[in-house]
Ligand binder design. Sequence first.
Ligand code: PXL
Length: 277
Amino acid sequence: MKKILTIQDISCFGKCSTTIALPVISAMGVETVILPTAVLSTHTMFKNFTVKDLTDQLLPIAEHWKSEGITFDAIYTGYLGSAEEIEIVKQIFRMFKTEDTMIFIDPVMADNGKLYPAFDEAYAALNAGLCAEADIIVPNITEACFMTGTEYKEVYDEAYVLDLLHKLAALGAKTVVLTGVSLSAGKTGVYGMYTETGRTFYYQNDRIDASYHGTGDLFSSVAVGAAVQGMPLEKALQIAADYTAKTIEVTLENPDKPWYGVDFEATLPELMQMVKA
Ligand code: PXL
């Protein structure tokens, strides 16, 4: 069985980061090892959330695993809490990366043109340095802008997307994938580029006019869970995009109208079918 280490926070209530990655990747038949960077009462869209930072636990936990001879087929990082954590994550890459380990980085820190409350531009620069070590990075347009010093635009064309992809590729990751790219009305998608060859790919699906916390984490979990099992990357990204869109659609039909997260629990059986097909 393939084994993924995911490094991100635990937001106890709210469905994002580890509370999405663990069930979703496990359901895909991949052993999911978690390294929580912090424990929050909720994600940061709620007011007055509590935070217990776990930075001082990361290396002791990783060193214990190392002493036990534990290995990983992929390391997937999401929301990290601080500059110090980014440095520690780099050390953990060095401890566990072999030629066969896929490093998948979702540099979670911003959306809709703005950084999340805990972060500043210096943090974005450090995240860019972390991305240099990846096989695959999946920033949204806002995160890509902050990491490359590019002006954020709500309305853009393909040239803007290609410029961002080239700047991301210059950071050093092997494959760079921009998420949430909308180049025609009613559509959204992923636009990627292989750094070495410069070959690009674009996949779009219907855009659903709703935004939920945790959908980026859902997308990344599915993409890394599929790719680590040998599915070609572009296909893994397509399934991740389609499944995320489907889950948002199903969430909107829920009469309880959850605002803080998506009903991925209802769509996991469908994910199994998509991955098998
Ligand atoms: O979904 C990304 C995410 C993860 N973890 C925490 C967050 C967010 C987004 O805001 O607040 C704590």
